[in-house]
Ligand binder design. Structure first.
Ligand code: ADP
Ligand code: MG
Length: 704
């Protein structure tokens, strides 16, 4: 339902308005009155006749005019009654600032539920309770219905914060940094309106260009991905979303048998959600604002390729290092650009990007160099680094940047005048001309890298969710047998059948129960083979000496059989033994792992990583929520270090990444089709050279 009335009301009632200095309700009332609100304000409080010079009503029902928004700051225990009256009055939205609800314990939780259900009954959209309030800086509304300090500067950034205290602190910080906001929402306990509702509204809000979020938890990850990816990548007017996520939701205490289960925590789930939504995750508030200013004031780079212009070698090196660290793509300058620069710059200048125009550079040299560099078709953005020697007119450099900024409106320009004081005039010019300035060049690099990343998200190829022809019947039968036997652990052989039914390539294999039979089966499969113990009681076969690899003839098979039986007897005397799994031995495969853990809150979380026995040590893994699109599967692989290994190092042939992508998509379909699958590991998934595919040689599944 529409939140427009909540954030852009004409008439506002303040329930619990108060004259008492120092109280929250007094602060909110003052803020509303002083913010220059363009509508009418109606204080309501049965114990006053007048609040801050305005007539005060005993009940909202006594007001004759229509009320769009009720701001509630009464004690929590009277909120249900107040809400009931708001409902009867027909208000469209309410912001409950009062605390004393869910956050305060069981009683408060019940009170909150009661209030929410009253609001629902009357179709009132509810923000809070236990929040700081909302702000709309638009000149034709100008409403500060919160208890933050004063009205923020008007701008094009929307702020959505779950924490009230952080919301207030961010607004204070922004004030110092001259950052302007379009709208501010403090969400509090999210009894009704949550981040997804706010995002839906901001998607089409013309006054908002960038969205900042401070998130403690998401109510619905799947919906968040849908709404946010629409905003960041699909809408006509795309908007970057920058999010800071704090706090960890508790991890389920259930026993975990898979690697995926052990590695897939709540942080991984959130990272997956942000990646799939095109949301840029930041780690600190400083980073959040560094990015926000740039996104709000400069264009998104239309391609990769940054040029750095500096007047000293040291900072140029810092920038080059930071570029490697944050993955900022520096531009390779065109031959013609370089020859133009050769003609104008001193001999000692360094023309390899980062360009060092050396210490005696004046503003004219800066301007000329920038003009030549930005004309280069390989350059889409630039960072101007200035270490100010006394003779440099920094203000003139700032003016030069301003001219360049106007000349190249489609190219991104960030400034790094290195120094904290003494350049106020220059900084003022940059601020007025919307050129973001960073005292440290690393911050500029990190910011621009984030902008490049967002640019590539916007330009990314669009793919869909692939569905394969699979055999659900087989899987259903396997699972019902597992259940009938009172288990939730699916035996390895059964798990392999499940994978096969979903089109995973698996090695030739067969269970044998005696030494003779093993030799016979091996003959049929063809040497070399692998023997593996098959037991419902043995989860990690290598650990008990239950795997023998690369057996080349009947003799070796027989010896291996005896060794395995002996090892198992020795290490797990009571293990029930089904037999020995004879498998074709696969050469030259790289070990990867793919898996899934069903997250309590968000559902199936897929994992990809470097597999084998070191998976738990290196933790080189990535996650996405299923179902995944084809591109997500590629990105899962791309975002691990293993991807470098798979793309071929030191003359090695590249691995068949496409076949992993396909397996990930098949896995996505499997875990979507069968919600009873709680945990699943394919470890290893052996991947061969390009065009030669991959094979799942070991699997583990737990169902509910
Ligand atoms: P575990 O229960 O110990 O995980 P696996 O079946 O995964 O047992 O086997 C352990 C290791 O042996 C694998 O990680 C892989 O390196 C190797 N391996 C297993 N099966 C094969 C096979 N068919 N071909 C080649 N190597 C294999
Ligand atoms: Mg294994």
């Amino acid at each position: 339902m529409n939140l427009e009335n909540v954030i852009s009301p004409t008439n506002v009632a303040i329930l619990g308005a108060s004259n008492r200095k120092g109280s929250v309700s007094n602060a909110v009332t003052l803020n509303i009155l002083r913010s220059g609100f363009t509508g009418k304000v109606y204080p309501v409080n049965p114990s006053s006749d007048e609040v801050l010079g305005l007539k005060c009503y005993e009940s909202i029902l006594d007001i004759k005019n229509v009320i769009d928004l009720a701001v509630i700051i009464t004690p929590s225990r009277v909120v249900p009654q107040v809400m009931e009256e708001c409902g009867k009055k027909g208000v469209k939205g309410a912001v409950i600032i009062s605390a004393g609800f869910k956050e305060s314990g069981e009683e408060g939780k019940l009170l909150e539920e009661q209030v929410a259900s009253i609001a629902k009954r009357y179709d009132v959209r509810l923000i809070g309770p236990n929040c700081v309030g909302i702000i709309n800086t638009s000149p034709n509304i100008s409403l500060n219905a919160s208890f933050t300090k004063g009205m923020p500067r008007h701008g094009n950034i929307a702020l959505v914060s779950q924490s009230g205290a952080i919301c207030g602190a961010m607004l204070e910080y922004a004030k110092v940094k001259n950052i302007g906001f379009s709208k501010v929402f403090s969400l509090g306990n999210k009894a009704d309106v949550n981040e997804n509702d706010i995002l839906e509204m901001l998607a089409d809000d013309a006054s908002t260009k960038v969205i900042l979020m401070y998130i403690e938890d998401l109510v619905d990850g799947r919906r968040f991905i849908e709404i946010a990816s629409d905003i960041t990548g699909e809408k006509e007017e795309k908007k970057p979303i920058l999010a800071m996520k704090v706090g960890e939701s508790p991890v389920g205490a259930k026993a975990i048998v898979s690697h995926t289960g052990a590695l897939a925590g709540s942080e991984e789930a959130y990272n997956a959600i942000f990646a799939q939504a095109g949301v840029l995750k930041v780690e600190t508030l400083e980073e959040l604002f560094d990015y926000a200013i740039a996104f709000a004031h400069q264009p998104i780079p239309v391609g990769e390729g940054t040029v750095v212009v500096s007047n000293a070698g040291g900072p140029a090196v810092i920038v080059a290092d930071a570029a490697a660290r944050y993955d900022l793509k520096l531009a390779r300058l065109d031959e013609s650009t370089i020859s133009k620069l050769v003609n104008t710059l001193p001999k000692t200048a360094s023309l390899i990007n980062p360009i060092d125009i050396i210490g005696d550079a004046d503003h004219i040299r800066y301007e000329n160099t920038l003009r030549v560099a930005l004309k280069d078709p390989n350059v889409n953005s630039c960072i101007v680094v200035v270490t100010p020697p006394v003779m440099l007119n920094v203000q003139a450099v700032a003016e030069a940047m301003t001219r360049i900024n106007k000349e190249f409106p489609e190219k991104t320009i960030l400034s790094s005048i290195m120094g904290l004081t003494g350049y106020e005039d220059a900084l003022k010019i940059l601020d007025e001309n919307k050129i973001p300035q960073y005292a440290f060049p690393e911050s500029a690099v990190r910011t621009l890298a984030a902008m490049q990343m967002y640019g590539s998200w916007v330009r990314r190829p669009r793919t869909g969710i692939r569905l394969f022809d699979v055999n659900r019947e087989i899987v259903r039968n396997v699972f019902s047998k597992v259940r009938q036997e009172g288990r939730n652990y699916v035996y390895e052989t059964e798990a392999m059948h499940v994978l096969e039914a979903y089109g995973f390539p698996v090695p030739k294999s067969m269970i044998a129960i005696s030494e003779d039979e093993c030799a016979k089966v091996a003959e049929g499969i063809g040497y070399p083979v692998v023997l593996k113990i098959s037991s419902p009681d043995i989860v990690h076969k290598v650990d008990v000496g239950g795997v023998e690899l690369n057996l080349r003839n009947a003799q070796e098979v027989r010896e291996a059989f005896r060794r395995i039986m002996q090892n198992v007897k020795h290490k797990m005397a009571n293990a029930r033994i089904i037999g020995i799994n004879v498998q074709e031995f696969l050469k030259n495969g790289k070990e990867t792992i793919i898996g899934m853990k069903r997250d309590k809150q968000f559902g199936p979380l897929l994992m990809f990583g470097l597999g084998g026995i070191y998976v738990g040590i290196f933790k080189d893994v990535s996650f996405r929520l299923a179902p995944i699109k084809e591109l997500s599967a590629y990105n899962m692989i791309e975002s691990t270090k293993a991807s470098k290994l798979l793309s071929g190092v030191r003359g090695e042939k590249p691995s068949d990444i496409n076949s992993i992508v396909e397996c990930l998509q098949r896995l996505s379909q499997l875990v979507t089709d069968f919600p009873e699958i709680q945990e699943l590991d394919v470890n290893p998934l052996l991947v061969f050279e390009q065009e030669k595919g991959c094979k799942a040689v070991d699997a583990r599944i737990v169902i509910s």
